[in-house]
Design a protein around this ligand. Structure first.
Ligand code: COA
Length: 344
């Protein structure tokens, strides 16, 4: 008796694209507005410039560009039926209600596909990848557009030097397609996701939700801004990402020496350095993009991937380990063999 063909149940990356708004903000630009210096920002974070959207530009505007490029890179038309779902990871949706993903799907001309947002702050893209891979594994979708996009400039407190110098705006997107071949390059091989809500207060935008509504004449206008306990976050970020990476490597049976590229959340160069050291991965194998874009939260991983891809740093067949950490607290990791991806 012949075996029935295996149901495609692995999710493979087949397209990649990114976009940042044109306006560049240098450390010296910020030093004119805040009590800070290029020297402090560079030595404490590794960031030299970031992109901030012009007023009036929303997260969906950046997401749209990145998503269109990812579709072109996967050689797919932006038309109804192309994808079964659009998933947007973001901390800065166009508005609290409705989700932003349906608008992106409509503006791209993707028809009536499923579309939803995921909120896991800087880990959002890893959570979105896992959700997409799960939908594909369950046979609910054959092709999914996964986007990470942010306009942090809209929630930064312009008077807070501890956060305003760190974050930037941008978007990155990938196309995932179903395959029956687990060994196909691009297949997301293993995931690890986690959270620790006991530390939810370390990264917050206090107002605008059900606990503290947005009302005109708010007594504390700063409560609408992003706030972070940087020092606490620093320690948690290194420990959580390192443990999460080890979990993924254990699940795959990959020794750490086998990792060709560590694409970690672009929070801070010192965090990336400490992470690489903790894992025993040479720093030269860690993707560094934050010097030019800052911390772009949920957009950070696809932006760093696209930057490495455009620079020709990723060779098909290379092992790639993705890891992120963010507010919640949340963290997540995944691994894949780099596929042959076309430029958009
Ligand atoms: N310019 C100049 N001085 C600054 C400054 C700035 N932009 N921001 C903070 N400082 C000052 C502080 O006020 C403090 O001064 P004090 O000693 O007089 O009180 C001093 O610098 C040291 O502050 P500290 O917060 O201890 O610095 P740090 O070495 O921990 O670096 C961060 C601060 C935010 C860069 C660092 O903690 C960090 O990167 N944390 C992780 C943040 C992150 O990536 N979050 C997102 C993860 S998802």
């Amino acid at each position: 008796m012949t075996k029935p063909p295996e149901r495609p149940r692995y999710a493979a990356l087949t397209g990649l694209g990114s976009h940042v708004p044109p306006r560049t903000v240098t450390n010296d630009d910020l030093a004119e507005l805040l009590a800070t210096t290029d020297e402090w920002i560079t030595t404490r974070t590794g960031i030299k410039t970031r992109h901030w959207a012009e007023p009036g530009t929303a997260t969906s505007d950046l997401a749209l560009e990145a998503a269109a490029r990812a579709l072109r890179s996967a050689r797919l038309p932006a038309e109804p039926g192309t994808v079964d779902a659009v998933i947007l990871a973001t901390t800065t949706p166009d508005q609290p209600c409705p989700a932003t993903a349906p608008q992106i799907a409509a503006r791209l001309g993707l028809g009536h596909c499923a579309a939803y947002d995921i909120a896991a702050v800087c880990s959002g893209f890893l959570y979105a990848l896992a959700a997409a891979a799960g939908q594909i594994a369950a046979g609910q979708a054959r092709r999914i557009l996964v986007i990470g996009a942010e306009t942090y400039s809209t929630i930064l407190n312009p008077g807070d030097r501890t956060t305003a110098v760190i974050f930037g705006d941008g978007a990155g997107a990938v196309v995932l397609e179903a395959t029956a071949d687990r060994d196909q390059p691009g297949v997301l091989r293993a995931f690890d996701l986690g959270s620790d809500g006991t530390h939810y207060e370390l990264i917050t935008v206090p107002a605008g939700g059900s606990r503290q509504r947005t009302t005109p004449g708010e007594p504390n206008p700063d409560s609408h801004y992003f706030a972070m306990d940087g020092r606490q976050v620093f320690t948690q970020a290194v420990t959580r990402m390192a443990d999460s990476c080890r979990t993924v490597l254990d699940r795959l049976g990959w020794p750490v020496e086998q990792v060709d590229h560590l694409v970690g959340h672009q929070a801070n160069l010192r965090i990336l350095t400490a992470l690489a050291r903790d894992l025993g991965i040479p720093l030269q194998r860690a993707a560094v993009h934050l010097d030019r874009v800052g911390n772009t939260s949920a957009a950070s991983i696809p932006l760093a991937l696209d930057d490495a891809h455009r620079r020709g740093a990723l060779t098909p067949g290379d092992t790639v380990l993705l890891t992120a950490f963010g507010g919640g607290l949340t963290w997540g990791s995944a691994a894949l063999l780099w596929p042959s991806v076309s430029p958009p």
